[in-house]
Design a protein around this ligand. Sequence first.
Ligand code: ADP
Length: 238
Amino acid sequence: MSESTRTPINLVVLGPPGAGKGTQAVEFAQRHEILKISTGDILRDAVQSGTDLGQRAKATMDAGGLVDDQLMIAIVKARLSRADAAGGFVLDGFPRTVTQATALDEIMAGQGALIVVDIAVPDDALVERLAKRRVCGQCGNASSIASGEVVGTMTRCEKCGGELVLRSDDAEAVVRERLRVYAEATRPLVDYYSSRPTFRVIDGHQSPIAVAAALTAAVDDVRAVVSAGSPGSEGAAR
Ligand code: ADP
């Protein structure tokens, strides 16, 4: 077995709302049989089950804002400390601020390279995608209503038959606020990571299959660079 197949993949998927991070994270994690951690899903589950976390996060999420950094850091730190994360992971939705990114570096210190891939999509395409996005109220699967289709005509999830609904924070005004918050708080992460040899940008304005191929190629490329380095290069390449 080569070095690159043995070393766990620790991947952060960055990108604006609607870039397809969630879809790609699920697909990548399944294909590589590694853990997927989506902070958006964790928060939505908490809201749905009415836990203390859900009650604290709901209003912020509904307004398109960001949940408190320290709360998010504690959630991710706890999840990454569990045994199943040692085999590698895909992080979707975290980090979202430079404070969260700095904390992730501390959590990952000495634990191998952190691969960061930014899925880039132009703003006008994002607004259109989010307006068409529907999620299954039962299994959470994301779908897109076809262009020209009357909203509400496709009402069943193709995976489980559950009813498709507009995600509460995909309402137009909230989408605009999420994009504003992204530009202000999350886009600076591209600068935070961009000088690292483990950072790549891929084109997210293409089909999901093409984006998945670009993501895999980017991760393979980083792993080749990291494993070509001398022992200890992972720390340096962080
Ligand atoms: P998207 O990427 O489509 O905007 P997510 O499902 O990742 O949506 O997140 C939904 C909402 O959950 C965010 O708008 C935000 O309110 C909250 N959230 C998720 N992850 C974080 C995080 N790391 N820090 C702060 N808030 C978060």
